[in-house]
Each structure stands twice: as C-alpha cells, then as structure tokens.
Design a protein around this ligand. Sequence first.
Ligand code: FES
Length: 129
Amino acid sequence: MTDADLNSEILLDHYRNPHHHGQIENPSAKQLEYNPVCGDTIQITVRIENDRITDIKFIGRGCSVSQGTASMLTDHVLGLSLEEVKKISQEDLLDMLGINLGPSREKCALLSLNTIKKCISQYENKSRS
Ligand code: FES
C-alpha cells in the first residue's frame, strides 16, 4: 500500500466515523458554508476561550472529501490559538491530507478550512464591536 492509498483510507475512515460531529450549544461563533459547484455544506460551531479553540464541532452534507476533511481538520485545530489557525494555508491542508486531489476535489477539501476561518473572523469582528 502506498502512502497515498493509506491517506485515502484515513480520510475515508474519518468520513465513515467523523470526529467532533454535532453542534455546540451557545457557541462563540457559528458558520455555514457551501460549495457553489455542488451545493454541499459544512456548518461549524466553535467555542473560543483566551483566543484558543477549546471546542469545535461540525455537521454537513457532502462527499467523502469534504466531510472527511472536516473531521480531520477539527481534530487538528482543537487546542490551537486563533493566530495558529489563521496561518493554516491551503497548501498546509492539502499536505495534511497527503492525497493528490484534482482542482475540483481540492475545493471539496478547502470547504472546511474556509468555514473555520470565517468562524474566527466572525468572532473577532464581534469581539471588536
Ligand atoms: Fe460537493 Fe465535494 S462534491 S463538496
């Protein structure tokens, strides 16, 4: 089995058995995003304390790449500071997945990263006002 095969298996396992699935009550921020190409969705709720992610959950509807990535990414960002999450680039995310996705499947993977970042923007805008 190659590394790419193994990483595909890991992603599929996250899709079938998602981590952090659900919704947080009274979250610090909540964001729903969709992929305009297919209409698939990711909603993320997050709890932020002392500028750090202390809880995060997602729900959504879509392909194995979008939903599996959301599960992996919520594992990854839990406990990170907001600044650390803001620095996660598209390349970092694709490296983390370790699979060669075509451009349209990359959009599936990036949906959850964009959603998490919008949650942080929403939280920061709310904190400033
Ligand atoms: Fe819709 Fe992947 S096909 S997010």
